[in-house]
Write a protein that binds this ligand. Structure first.
Ligand SMILES: Cc1ncc(COP(=O)(O)O)c(C=O)c1O
Length: 394
């Protein structure tokens, strides 16, 4: 069923003021998510944090069920974290990678993941190889297959949707190549979660990390990690605490079964309950319906901007999403953001330091990033396009 745009907009206080085109940064939460978070904070203030948590223990288990339903996996394969980066790091540093082990990645890799890869090169002697882009700028699964025929790799690390552009990498095709070659596959689905369906079986990934605050519209400070049960026993969490292991005796401990072994004991119950509410909200709308609408709105904004003289749209890829990147002649991206903000439009920038393998290599110091969601409207896109068109030309 098509999304009732009026209804979802009415549900979102954050859309009452201005035009929000920064869903790839953080998307304003809908009412049910806000109510869940604020309600729990209030309860903590009334009865105490531990007591409030005890009251909602079953609901917290429900968050794992919601995430599991969204990803098509079991609750034991889900760990809740405070960010996508923490989820990715937990997965990556758990892998038994040593000197000479090859990690294959792509130009889409997220900045913090890429930094970890550099650190692993320094500390563990792993070899990091960046696969050449396919002709459209996305990863080329056939190229990956050829690379794996030439020699082994210990890990393929792919970012599904980069922070720096609108392309959607063929993550499931990469998964099929990894499965056939028996290579571990770590997928950063941070920008994909909430804007498209994510089925871990179809994606063929062993590990998947994502955040709550972006297209899922959960509060900040939330994230999750999927760990395929078949790979779990090969992983040693890089650190453990009372939430991930049991101190069985003065000299002994046991890590918890399932993906819980990657969790910290302390957590924001309000935020994590909010994450569950956000996942349920997205599932109720339908991730396929969301993808159709977001893709169409993203394409519409790209088309409009492309027609403006002096505006260059930088998105690559054959399959694209709700992220639109562009530059305007005579205006730095920061200036465009400020001028649009002055007119009540919220967009953001991505500098090359956040995407060296992508923007850096393309010689783009910084781009403006406008990201639509299913709450966006054609009228909003017309308005934003007019504002960009009216920017004084140098
Ligand atoms: C592709 C991608 N991966 C990971 C992250 C990191 O997410 P978090 O800030 O929740 O750690 C981001 C954030 O922008 C991202 O765009």
């Amino acid at each position: 069923m098509a999304i009732d745009v009026e209804l979802v907009r009415a549900d979102t206080p954050g859309l009452l003021r201005g035009i929000h085109l920064n869903h790839a940064g953080a998307s304003p939460s809908p009412g049910p998510v806000l109510d869940t978070v604020i309600g729990h904070l209030r309860r903590e203030a009334e009865v105490g944090g531990y007591e409030a948590a005890a009251e909602r223990a079953e609901d917290l288990r429900g968050v794992y069920r919601s995430v599991g339903r969204m990803l098509g996996c079991s609750t034991e394969e889900v760990a809740l974290t405070e960010s996508a980066t923490r989820a990715w790091e937990l997965a990556f540093w758990s892998l038994p990678l040593g000197p000479g082990d090859v990690v294959l990645t792509t130009s889409s890799e997220y900045v913090s993941n890429a930094l970890s890869l550099l650190l692993a090169r320094e500390r563990r002697g792993v070899v990091v190889e960046v696969l050449p882009d396919g002709p459209d700028g996305a990863v080329d699964p056939a190229e990956l297959a050829r690379r794996l025929e030439r020699g082994p790799a210990a890990l393929v690390a792919l970012t599904h949707v980069p922070t720096s552009g609108g392309l959607v990498n063929p993550a499931a095709e990469v998964g099929a190549v990894c499965r056939a070659a028996g290579v571990t596959y770590l997928l950063d689905a941070c920008q994909a979660a909430g804007q498209m369906d994510l089925d871990v079986t179809a994606l063929g990934c062993d590990l998947l990390s994502a955040t709550g605050r972006k297209f899922l519209r959960a509060p900040r400070g939330t994230g999750f990690l999927y760990v395929r049960s078949g790979i779990l026993e090969q992983l040693r969490p890089p650190f453990i605490d009372a939430g991930s292991a049991v101190w069985t005796g003065p000299e002994t401990y046991e890590v918890l079964p399932g993906a819980t072994r990657f969790e910290a004991w302390e957590r924001s119950w309000a935020n994590q309950l909010g994450l569950g509410a956000a996942v349920e909200y997205a599932l109720a709308l339908g991730l396929d319906e969301i993808a159709v609408r977001v893709t169409a709105l993203g394409a519409g904004l790209r088309e409009r901007l492309r027609e403006l003289p002096g505006v260059t749209v930088h998105d690559r890829g054959t399959q694209r999403c709700g992220i639109v990147t562009f530059t305007v002649d005579g205006h730095g991206p920061g200036d465009v953001v400020q001028r649009l903000a002055g007119a009540g439009v919220r967009v953001w920038t991505v500098p090359a330091v956040a995407a060296q393998l992508d923007l850096g290599r393309r010689g783009l110091p910084e781009v403006v990033r406008a990201s639509v969601h299913y709450t966006s409207t054609e009228e909003e896109l017309d308005l934003v396009t007019n504002l960009v068109a009216e920017l004084p030309r140098a």
